[in-house]
Ligand binder design. Structure first.
Ligand code: BTN
Length: 247
């Protein structure tokens, strides 16, 4: 189903029953899209996570990719990972107001300390694809996640009501994303950074950050004006642009 761009932010949506990956579908469709578009799928056969990992998607979970054409530099485009994680937090909170939600740098949403949702950014200028997966109905088997990674959790596991249908969830997520995107366009990253920090997991605490080069231990001090993670280490303050955080 393709729906005209009548959503907040003039966004269109495409809902598919089955696809290999909404990221791959976004790549195929991007050149023909008339504007910002959500591509949602009820089933994915070959979903991908960060760093080329597979992403497991049990029945009833949420999977979508938003394709936009952001103005500005690639670094500014990358800040959409914060816009997206804030929107995801808001959308989940709409359905689970009492849930213990937190954000893990760069863009995971945690529920009661477990991983509820992940975000994957793919920048193919002029298009930026923001892929979002949420364990609405079921968490993947912990055996399917990488050693040392947070345990996966589902929304259904922490609310008494049935979890939202993925299409209903998309409506909330799209509205929240449009609101944060409008704030970003009007005021830049600063207010989003403050909000993100107020929702951050383990701020001021000891964490480990693994990059392609090294693993660094330190205290999670803040994120800077470019979205880098700032770590206080025995060797001094380090600013890390990309990596995986472990608690
Ligand atoms: O590793 C992560 O934390 C990011 C996971 C991103 C998964 C989503 S599901 C929708 C979109 N399509 C994909 O193939 N991957 C992303």
């Amino acid at each position: 189903m393709i729906q005209a761009p009548d959503w907040p932010g003039g966004t269109a949506r495409i809902v598919l029953d089955e696809v290999d990956s909404t990221m791959a579908e976004a790549r195929r469709r991007a050149p023909g899209l008339g504007g910002p578009t959500w591509i949602m799928a009820h089933h994915q056969g070959a979903a991908v996570g960060r760093r080329g990992r597979a992403w497991a998607m049990p029945e009833g979970n949420f999977a979508a990719t938003l394709v936009i054409q952001p103005a500005g530099t690639p670094a500014q485009a990358a800040l959409r990972s914060f816009t997206a994680s804030l929107a995801l937090y808001d959308a989940v909170r709409d359905f689970a107001p009492a849930a213990a939600l937190a954000l893990k740098w760069p863009n995971d949403v945690l529920l009661s300390g477990g991983k509820l949702a992940g975000i994957l950014l793919e920048n193919n200028p002029p298009h930026l694809s923001i892929g979002i997966g949420v364990n609405l109905a079921a968490a993947p088997d912990p055996a399917e996640v990488e050693e040392g990674a947070l345990r996966p959790v589902s929304l259904a596991g922490s609310i008494t009501a049935p979890p939202p249908d993925p299409e209903a969830f998309l409506s909330h997520l799209a509205a929240a994303f449009a609101a944060h995107e409008a704030q970003f366009a009007a005021y830049g990253f600063a207010p989003l950074r403050s909000l993100w920090l107020s929702r951050a997991a383990r701020l001021g605490e000891a964490i480990r950050v693994r990059t392609t080069q090294a693993e660094t231990h330190g205290t999670f001090e803040t994120i800077d004006a470019d979205g880098n993670l700032v770590l206080l280490t025995p060797k001094g303050r380090q600013s890390i642009p990309a990596g995986d955080v472990y608690f």
